[in-house]
Design a protein around this ligand. Structure first.
Ligand code: NDP
Length: 315
């Protein structure tokens, strides 16, 4: 096949729309979470073109139908192995014996938010628990929220929420923040943000949706103490994990695991090299540690398809 797209978030589907309209007859594989990260939010209000907002399933369904309308074939399966050292590229799905051969491969496998691993965080998912303040913060205007984490993302999310909420707690497991100095100052000087250092979350409480959190202060020390805070929303900001592992023998990754590209382009760098890996392109959150927004992912999906088209025509 000419063009294989891996991933079914906004990056993958936008790449598919462009690739299909360029007669590349793309095949798109959706993985275990069709629609990607967006589908864990409740409503999308910041994707252009939806003045009333849109529920994420409708948005993904719209993108999928638009991709299929021009001839994209959508299949279900998980990439379990690749060989990018040859041309065409080889990709194995669900441990199949035979690989798929593709002239161009667009990687749009996204990133997954890290979760704490406590049971109640799953129980209240979408009911007061979120991993994206930019996406869901608006629903907590005038309310009390908590952000978990002490890195740049947590500081950014807490500062963003402080612009909307009446109060924001930051739950930080260490006695200090890990974020850059400027972000720390922004948090520490914000009267709406209260940083709870050396606190860990034990469980979330509430009838049907989050209304509070049980915390432990100075866990496993003589000063250990249980505390409870009343909150309406609980935001995880303990980092993201890009879904790049299966490609790691061939593509360059940064220290966080994000795929390295030529800046401003979807052209992927070879592992341990500053050279371009021809025929392989990355779009969306798997290559974006900074913005992680659906509309940015869609934009880079478009770029990847245009570059894939140029590459295929050069063969
Ligand atoms: P980080 O890995 O930098 O920070 C994660 C935070 O979450 C740390 O405070 C960590 O605590 C905490 N944490 C991790 N696991 C748990 C857990 N199980 N329970 C409680 N707390 C936990 O991730 P970020 O997403 O903040 O940042 C990722 C990268 O992106 C960084 O390099 C960052 O600088 C960059 N970034 C830059 C921005 C900017 O420049 N504007 C904005 C956002 C991100 P601990 O310190 O104890 O490990």
């Amino acid at each position: 096949m000419k063009c294989l797209i891996i991933g079914s978030g906004p990056a993958g589907y936008t790449a598919a729309i462009y690739a299909a309209r360029a007669n590349m007859n793309p095949v798109l594989y959706e993985g275990l979470q069709p629609g990607g990260q967006l589908t864990v939010t409740t409503e999308v209000e910041n994707f252009p073109g939806y003045p009333e907002g849109v529920d994420p399933y409708t948005l993904m369904d719209d993108l999928r139908r638009q991709a299929e309308r021009f001839g994209t074939e959508v299949r279900t399966g998980v990439v379990t192995k690749v060989d990018f050292s040859v041309s065409p590229k080889l990709v194995w799905i669900d441990d199949a014996a035979e690989p798929i051969e593709a002239d161009a491969v667009i990687i749009a496998t996204g990133a997954s938010a890290k979760w704490l691993g406590i049971k109640s965080e799953n129980d209240y998912r979408g009911m007061g628990v979120s991993a994206c303040a930019t996406c869901d913060g608006f629903f907590y205007r005038g309310k009390v929220t908590a952000v978990v984490g002490g890195g740049d993302t947590a500081c950014e999310e807490a500062t963003y929420l402080a612009g909307l909420c009446s109060k924001v707690y930051m739950i930080v497991r260490k006695p200090y923040l890990r974020a850059s100095e400027i972000m720390q100052q922004r948090v520490l000087n914000n009267p709406k943000i209260e940083v709870l250092f050396e606190h860990n979350t034990i469980q979330l409480t509430g009838e049907g949706r989050v209304q509070g959190a049980d915390l432990v202060y100075k866990k496993d020390t003589p000063e250990e103490e249980m505390r409870h805070i009343d909150i309406d929303g609980f935001f995880l900001a303990i980092g993201h994990r890009p879904n790049s592992k299966v490609f790691s023998d061939y593509v360059a990754l940064d220290e966080e695991g994000y795929i390295r590209t030529i800046p401003g382009t979807p052209r992927v760098l070879k592992k341990d090299s500053e050279e371009v890996l021809e025929g392989v392109f990355a779009a969306g959150d798997v290559a974006d540690p900074h913005y992680r927004q659906a509309v940015v992912a869609a934009g880079t999906g478009c770029q990847a398809a245009i570059e894939a088209d140029r590459y295929i025509k050069s063969l």
